[in-house]
Design a protein around this ligand. Structure first.
Ligand code: PAF
Length: 286
């Protein structure tokens, strides 16, 4: 695997790949890689000749009181893992390379409305930071496709919308959620879960499954279902950020005749905020 810290170095290497007619796939990450990230690389390989993984802990998407400074930086381990799945290029820039004019004056990419809800409601500015850095990564790498995990469902929906709205010439591929044996979705932030909390956090996934069963059985009162679901999470000892039954495409509250529904949830442990989701396709509904 070739590692580049500068935009120019990476661009020169990728120009040579493009000249050979190679298709380029991008897997954007913030490092602290786990098996779910490695699956993204494998998915990219299925579609492309050459895979670039970026590792950049993007300050622009962290709020003032969030964990940017304590976010685990595990580059040696990450490089070993990426090598084990045949990643071709690692792009690992520093803050000055990515934001030479500083954060305050950085030009931003904003996807309105769908970033104000769910995670966006409790993390103001977060998605603006994501869409801005992802746009920069797309401009730097100019990939044929980019792979994002379904675990960050709102992020995936926002990026799809950005690509559509701004006519970006990149195909977005969604990779499935990877789970621990008890159902907990894999996430870099799972390392913040305490030993005492760990046996209980699968309540988020269990609750989304329970909501899905209720909807499949004909439940139509989604707001009441969200409240009941919240009580299950609280009974396990966690504070709910949100539980929502949404239209899968625009993330608005699901209408009774929506066939593509996504259930999204977020809870707070003592040191982490965990998210998960589950999508349902329902037959024409009456
Ligand atoms: O999902 C992430 O890890 C980040 O939000 C991303 C897409 C790498 C942008 O910093």
């Amino acid at each position: 695997m070739n590692t580049f810290h500068t935009i120019k170095g990476l661009r020169d290497a990728l120009a040579a790949e493009r000249a050979k007619g190679h298709r380029i796939g991008l897997v954007p990450t913030m490092g602290n890689l786990h098996d779910a990230h490695l699956e993204l690389v494998k998915v990219a390989h299925q579609h492309c000749d050459v895979v670039v993984t970026s590792i950049f802990v993007n300050a622009l998407q962290f709020g003032l009181n969030e964990d940017w400074d304590r976010y685990p930086r595990t580059i040696e381990d990450d490089m070993r893992k990426l090598g084990s799945v045949g990643c071709d290029y690692l792009f690992h820039p520093d803050d000055v390379e990515m934001y030479p004019n500083g954060l305050v004056d950085q030009t931003r990419v904003v996807c309105p409305t769908m970033t104000d809800v769910l995670c966006g409601a409790s993390r103001p500015g977060h998605f603006e930071g994501v869409t801005t850095v992802v746009t920069k990564l797309f401009n730097i790498v100019q990939p044929d496709l980019a792979v994002f995990g379904i675990k960050d469902f709102q992020q995936l929906a926002v990026i799809r919308r950005m690509v559509e709205d701004l006519c970006m010439a990149v195909e977005i591929v969604a990779a499935p959620i990877h789970r621990e044996p008890d159902g907990l979705a894999m996430s870099s932030r799972n390392s913040y879960i305490t030993a005492a909390e760990r046996p209980k956090v699968a309540v988020l996934h269990d609750t989304l499954q329970w909501m899905a069963e209720r909807i499949r059985a004909g439940e139509k009162n989604f707001p009441a279902l969200e409240v009941e679901a919240g009580k299950r999470i609280e009974a396990a000892g966690f504070r709910v950020d949100y539980l929502a039954v949404c239209n899968s495409r625009n993330l608005e509250p699901a209408a009774l005749d929506d066939c593509h529904i996504t259930l999204l949830g977020a809870l707070y442990t003592s040191g982490a905020r965990l998210i998960d989701n589950l999508s349902l396709t329902l037959d024409e509904r009456g």
